[in-house]
Write a protein that binds this ligand. Sequence first.
Ligand code: 5RP
Length: 262
Amino acid sequence: MAGELSPIDKAKFVAAKRAADLVETGMRVGLGTGSTAAWLVRCLGERVADEGLRFRGVPTSSRTANLARDCGIDVVSLDEARWLDITIDGADEFDDELQLIKGGGGALLQEKIVATASDQMVVIADIGKEVESLGAFPLPCEVIPFGWQTTKALVEETLIQMDVLGRNTTLRMNGDAPYVTDEGNYILDCHLKRIGDPRQLGMVLNQMPGVVENGLFVDICDKVIIGFGDGRVETRDINEGTVEEDRLDFVESDNLFSDIAD
Ligand code: 5RP
């Protein structure tokens, strides 16, 4: 029930609920990964069941695909959908230019491919994700397992010349083994503390042969929907330069709140 949600979960829920209203019948929709995106998928599943909303969802991870199917959403691949009307996803950090760090949930590669193949990318986040400059959250970098230690050393050496405050990187683990992405790759978390030039850093990292993709999203996000623990929602549109405020009432729903997970 809603009463059992923490303020952060309430904030994530209201952002997701507001974003779910953006989806219309007939749309092709990119579905993000993470706890906020999971709320979105549940809210969309509720609209499918209650209103007969019909759309095709392109998930950004196996986790999201499973949840979407469980929620009664028509799941298709990106190759089937080709191009998307909208992608809605969470973020680990966003700044005032709507530059993002993503990949805390390990799905940054599919997330970036799907978001880039969309007319519009909307980020849903609790207010705690807003930062003045990116980098306090470790930047995830997806790397090929072959020679990953050499790639790690190369990344750290390259970071010396970049406008960042730290250059330590750690291999993401899953218990005693490396964390493996849906594409079979590893993730290096880069502890940079502050990233002065996200665009430049993103381009330099992606030039290294062992690096598949990094979690910096620059010029991809169009809109952020920010949730607050008291039900307030703020929508910022970077293209329109608008800010809208709103408030959502929590409606107790056993379907949505009985399964707080992720
Ligand atoms: C997954 C992501 C997530 O969107 C990001 O980690 C935010 O997650 P959450 O909504 O659980 O805070 O990038 O790869």
